[in-house]
Design a protein around this ligand. Structure first.
Ligand code: NAP
Length: 234
């Protein structure tokens, strides 16, 4: 059996192409479920995952989690090495850089380098605390309601998208946004806000991706992951 570590559109697309069990972290109350078998919840760190791989006779693992889900990727890489199971990361390419973007190494760095006073924050619920001490006003968009700490001056917008350039333009205009903060998530679904920011000539702060574990094999497309699984004999 193949294990797909999920939580992304790519993971759902891969589950449509190969028989597999998909794993979700359980962060979202009503997740978009992949086809096929699904398990939900953490494994209990590296040793829990290694045991789970053995117990479930897993022959290959494709980590198709979000590019910023660094912990599960590190855990899965190590667990697969321990158990001797082939491991692949399926990670969509990042955004093509544009003029006027400020690249930072972390959300904390983004919080310290905001070139505006009305911020459209799209880094997600888990990273909100990094902006808690900021004096700016925030429009923060996320899927699930946030928990404190968070900025004092904030409007939370619960929404999962997909978004269009037109809807992003009217949202940014309506809230008089003067800076956009985003992770380098990549993917077409999340690029509408970048087009809208460019049209409005807004500064954009982009958080760089965390690195992959050294030595991890990675591909950028679902097609490549399907071929790799064929070669891995899974
Ligand atoms: P993370 O920080 O890398 O992982 C923290 C812990 O959550 C892991 O150690 C693991 O717990 C559990 N976990 C994470 N992904 C899992 C999965 N697919 N299946 C089972 N357990 C998982 O992860 P995260 O950034 O919180 O992301 C959680 C999920 O949301 C992922 O599936 C990711 O694809 C999705 N997501 C994340 C982002 C983001 O910006 N980070 C954005 C969109 C979607 P144990 O140690 O107990 O195994």
């Amino acid at each position: 059996m193949i294990l797909i570590l999920g939580g992304t559109g790519e993971a759902r697309a891969l589950a449509e192409r190969v028989p597999a069990v998909s794993s979700l972290a359980g962060r979202v109350r009503e997740p978009r479920l992949p086809v096929g078998e699904v398990r939900i919840g953490g494994f209990g760190g590296v040793s829990g995952l290694a045991q789970w791989l053995r117990d479930n006779d897993i022959h290959a693992v494709v980590d198709a989690t979000h590019p910023f889900a660094a912990q599960i990727t590190a855990n899965a890489f190590e667990a697969c090495q321990r158990v001797g199971v082939p491991f692949l990361v399926l990670r969509r390419p990042g955004f093509a850089p544009r003029d006027g973007w400020t690249w930072v190494g972390s959300v904390a760095e983004a919080a310290a380098a905001l070139p505006g006073s009305r911020v459209f924050l799209t880094t997600g619920r888990q990273d909100l605390s990094a902006f808690a001490g900021c004096p700016q006003w925030f429009l923060a968009r996320m899927v699930e309601p946030p928990e404190p700490p968070m900025p004092h001056r904030i409007e939370v917008l619960l929404s999962r998208g997909p978004f269009t350039v037109e809807s992003e333009l009217s949202l940014m205009r309506a809230h008089r946004i003067d800076v956009l903060v985003t992770k380098d998530s990549g993917g077409a679904m999340t690029s509408a806000k970048l087009d809208a920011a460019q049209e409005l000539a807004l500064p954009v702060v982009v958080v760089r991706r965390p690195p992959l574990p050294a030595g991890a094999e990675a591909v950028a497309t679902v097609d490549e992951a399907v071929s790799w699984l064929g070669t891995a004999g899974a």
